[in-house]
Write a protein that binds this ligand. Sequence first.
Ligand code: SF4
Length: 370
Amino acid sequence: MIYIHIPFCKQACNYCDFHFATSKRYIEDLQKALLKEIRLRRDEIPDQISSIYFGGGTPSLLSDKQLSEILETIHSNFNVQPDAEITLEANPDDLNINYLKEIKNIGINRLSIGIQSFRERDLQFMNRAHSANEAANCTLLAADAGFKNMSVDLIYAIPGLSDEEWEQNIQIAAGLPINHLSCYALTVEEKTPLAKQIKTGVAAAPEEDRAVSQFKILQTCSSALGYTHYEISNLAKPGFEAQHNSSYWSGKEYLGIGPSAHSFSKNLRRVNIPNNQKYISSLRDGDCLHETEIIDKKTRFHELILTGFRTSQGVSLQEITQLSSEYLNYFKSRIENHPLRKFISIEDDHVKLSPEKWLLADGIASDFFY
Ligand code: SF4
């Protein structure tokens, strides 16, 4: 699995703490640096590549030619499966029919569109660059261009978004040619414009009770509409679960290309420098600035529980056994004595947390830390 980070956006959404720049001044230099990093790291993942994911930032700010060069470089340096899932994160305002046809032509076969809401008021609150009209129309245009695999991002618990309006957002998405939903509660990250707006009283803070009620609406409504809730934030029509996401959760090795991108391989996690200019100049000098962290067995044990409790697949006992039988015995004994035992099941060698408790998954998982 290969992830490519495109660190540019038209404007800053008020809640976002990802790495991106709003000036496109270095976009060409950065694309060249990405090509160089791909070539430099060609031996790091020997397996067949089943998924390529352009994330960001806003990858749809790259032209079809720039994306095509990146894909060609990946194909000539890695063993990419013929049926690999190739996803482009895109914003609605970048998607016109010509661009959509071009990117389909170069091999992009899945879109993940940052719609966030079909309501103008919410989009303005979050400082999104697109309009409600563009949000609804872009998926129809993409379907016309031949895309059959489309995901959209939606945000709930936005201040002012009522439960009825949230349900309508889900219904609107389900009425469009979309087979995957990624739904997140609005959270306030440190140092974001939203955090500042709340502090100065310009914006209201998201309410926790609203997040809980809208998560429940998401579960009931999406299930009635034929979506399977396979991870706390991800829902799919049968057969459209994202390979990219599932590979992360199942602990597969992955290669992250670009500034701030993470990689995971042979108990090492690597993070590229989150600075566009330093990233570009380090690659000009023939290396890529990064930091590396060793993931020891205990950290891996904790990660397996944290990710497993957020998914319908659950925590694999086999993977824990491979780490250490001591962890396995500890985990099993803690399950039996846990106050929420009735919400935890053991099926097919997997420990599963009931979806109604997924919003508390991180806290519950930490009860099992060694
Ligand atoms: S478009 Fe995406 S990456 Fe860019 S600021 Fe908005 S949420 Fe963040």
